[in-house]
Design a protein around this ligand. Structure first.
Ligand SMILES: C[S@@+](CC[C@H](N)C(=O)[O-])C[C@H]1O[C@@H](n2cnc3c(N)ncnc32)[C@H](O)[C@@H]1O
Length: 263
């Protein structure tokens, strides 16, 4: 099974069980989406919460059955990890999604890439920020505004496109199909912001594929670097290298979020 960066603050190689307090407490403080985008984000967040609860209950039941049955059975529900994850939203923590929005606004970002789009929850926040930057005249007027998501599950990519359209953001956001190791190198710079919310073994390849397109001062946000520090080792070695191309720090959010600035 591949490594995954699940958004419930647990480590990779396990199904998401969804106990994120921000997810269960409703909208993050200070959320900045307009009503149309917020309605879609709220629906995705509620679906994520319901799905996480169902998974948690099912994992508990399987675990109990396995325990009572003398250790037989699997808490992951069996099957390979990718097919099990196919219908899982695994949406970003709302507080972190809001941080994505605020970071994009702070940078005046007009060109953004995202590794791991899923059903488009975090992408909605990124596209809303770019739209608001353009409306406010923030950032470089010579840069064509665009957000590029990446998603290799066709059903998730289609759902993300539909959600972005419903949010009124599909004119700005493009979801690139296929493996990000092939799609990200097709995105031209200058990139102002990159968000990594992807299965963790893809973090280092995603960064490598985008490194040359990141402008000086660009920011890279990587989700769950504390809870999955071991799996992020290769990625963190790059962004924390004092002689490397970044300066970096860890935001002490649940699961951790690495914020790195391109030199
Ligand atoms: C944590 S989920 C993304 C959640 C999303 N950011 C949100 O807030 O709703 C990670 C996603 O990365 C996708 N993914 C994993 N490996 C990939 C790869 N090599 N190329 C493209 N997408 C990939 C998975 O299918 C999954 O939907």
């Amino acid at each position: 099974m591949e490594s995954r960066g699940t958004n419930d603050g647990r480590t990779e190689r396990a199904p998401a069980t969804g106990t994120n307090p921000a997810t269960t407490s409703g909208r993050a403080a200070g959320e900045s989406l307009d009503p149309r985008a917020a309605a879609v984000a709220d629906r995705l967040r509620a679906a994520n919460r319901r799905q996480s609860r169902r998974i948690a209950a099912s994992v508990l039941a399987r675990s109990l059955r396995s325990h009572l049955g003398g250790g037989r059975g699997s808490v992951s529900g069996g099957g390979d990890g990718r097919s099990w994850m196919r219908d899982k939203l695994d949406a970003m923590d709302p507080t972190k999604a809001q941080i994505c929005y605020v970071t994009a606004r702070t940078l005046g970002a007009r060109r953004v890439v995202e590794a791991g789009t899923g059903f488009g929850y975090s992408t909605i926040h990124l596209a809303a920020a770019v739209r608001d930057n353009v409306a406010d005249g923030a950032g470089s007027a010579t840069v064509t505004p665009a957000v590029f998501g990446t998603e290799f599950e066709p059903t998730k990519a289609a759902a993300a496109r539909a959600n972005l359209a419903e949010a009124g953001l599909d004119d700005l956001a493009t979801v690139l199909d296929g493996d990000l190791r092939e799609s990200l190198p097709t995105v031209d710079g200058p990139i102002d912001l990159m968000v990594l919310d992807v299965w963790i073994d893809m973090a280092a390849p995603a960064l490598a594929a985008t490194l040359d397109a990141l402008r000086p001062g660009a920011v890279v946000l990587a989700n769950n670097v504390v809870v999955a520090a071991a799996q992020y080792a290769e990625y963190l070695a790059v962004v924390r290298d004092p002689n490397g191309p970044f300066r970096s720090s860890t935001l002490p959010l649940r699961g951790g979020m690495e914020v790195s600035v391109r030199r």
